[in-house]
Ligand binder design. Structure first.
Ligand SMILES: Nc1nc2c(ncn2[C@@H]2O[C@H](COP(=O)(O)OP(=O)(O)OP(=O)(O)O)[C@@H](O)[C@H]2O)c(=O)[nH]1
Ligand SMILES: [Mg+2]
Length: 331
């Protein structure tokens, strides 16, 4: 899937470097005829390393990379000098990049944290030089280890972002706050509208080993389609999420109406947005006492056309239920 500059899928060939050869060398110096073995070790071949970078959103920068090669390790030499290690090659990728072996389609790993580094092709180990092999029975070994060979493979990088959950809501609904409590993302949060100007992504760790991605975007207001507020250009960031989580604060004057307005703005942006699965989170429900909550429930059960949950990011209420519900919808 590659549209415009939103690239979420690339294939490439990666190759690490060969390990350098260990050296076979015998020490020679004027007046010393029989020096011992002093061949140094070969250097390690360079790795190809993927590194998570939270400032990246797409795989566009890798689109035209067909081959990535790390440097070879240098051979060892006399006086026990080790060869230099081959140069490692780093490729920065957005969080949520899933790396597969193209041939087997097996998932090798997933990059989920900023700065996380994973070796995708390991450099060959350097060989040991001959001085390591000196023994009482062999004072002048005439062999050294060869370096280990490079590793190469075809890999497929796939950006997961598109598969998961996008947050939709008016400004100040608590979208960024939710992201900050269910992921390790640190979006800006404040008590005024349009705090979020650019989308934020976070990875939700679910139960033991599962993860999914949540995208926090700027708030939407009525008339966004005509350019009110920040407009709706940024909706493209959730265009391909498979679930939309509508966030409506518990103190909204009319929850159903807010939902309708949000839905209408999405429809005007792209009617296909309405084909996605939807869930409503009534945010900031720590502001409700039990009685009020029960009253609202009775009403919402009648008026809201889709499932909803009460949550509070601040009081950490309903978050596990929310993750359970999202996970169920995703799978
Ligand atoms: N009481 C309460 N306040 C909350 C909760 N979640 C968020 N808030 C407050 O609501 C305000 C807005 O929160 P944000 O997370 O910045 O809201 P947002 O939807 O990202 O807003 P924009 O980025 O402007 O669209 C902040 O003052 C938060 O502290 C909650 O669960 N309970
Ligand atoms: Mg925000």
């Amino acid at each position: 899937m590659t549209e415009g500059n939103f690239v979420d899928y690339v294939k490439m060939h990666v190759s690490s470097g060969n390990g350098g050869k260990g050296s076979v060398h015998l020490h020679r110096e004027k007046f010393i005829t029989k020096g011992g073995p002093d061949g140094g070790d070969g250097g390690r071949g360079g790795h190809v390393i993927l590194r998570g970078n939270s400032n990246l959103w797409t795989l566009l920068h890798l689109k035209f990379k067909r081959h990535v090669r790390a440097g070879h390790g240098e051979h060892g030499s006399k006086s026990r000098s080790s060869g230099a290690d081959g140069e490692d090659v780093y490729m920065d990728v957005p969080l949520g990049t899933v790396v597969r072996d193209t041939e087997t389609n097996e998932i090798l790993f997933e990059i989920t944290e900023d700065g996380e580094e994973r070796i995708v092709a390991e450099g060959g180990k350097g060989g040991l030089g001959n001085w390591h092999f000196k023994s009482s029975t062999n004072q002048t070994p005439r062999y050294a280890q060869p370096g280990l060979p490079l590793e190469e493979k075809f890999i497929t990088l796939e950006l997961k972002v598109l598969a998961d959950v996008g947050l939709v809501g008016f400004p100040n609904a608590g979208k960024s706050t939710l992201l900050s409590v269910v992921t390790s993302a640190k979006p800006k949060i404040a008590d005024y509208e349009f705090t979020t100007l650019k989308p934020n992504l976070g990875i939700v760790k679910y139960r033991d080993f599962q993860t999914f991605i949540m995208a926090d975007i700027p708030g939407i207001i009525e008339g966004a389609a005509e350019g009110k507020g920040l407009g709706y250009y940024f909706l493209r960031h959730i265009e391909r999420n498979s679930i939309l989580l509508f966030m409506i604060p518990a103190d909204a004057p009319d929850i159903k109406k807010q939902y309708d307005i949000l839905l209408d703005e999405l429809r005007r942006y792209n009617p296909e947005m309405l084909d996605k699965d939807r869930l409503i989170a009534i945010s900031k429900s720590d502001m409700l006492d039990d009685e009020l909550k029960a009253e609202m429930k009775a009403e919402l059960d009648q008026t809201l056309p889709i499932p909803y949950l009460f949550i509070s990011s601040v009081a950490q209420q309903g978050l596990t239920e929310l993750k359970d519900a999202l996970w169920k919808m995703l799978n």
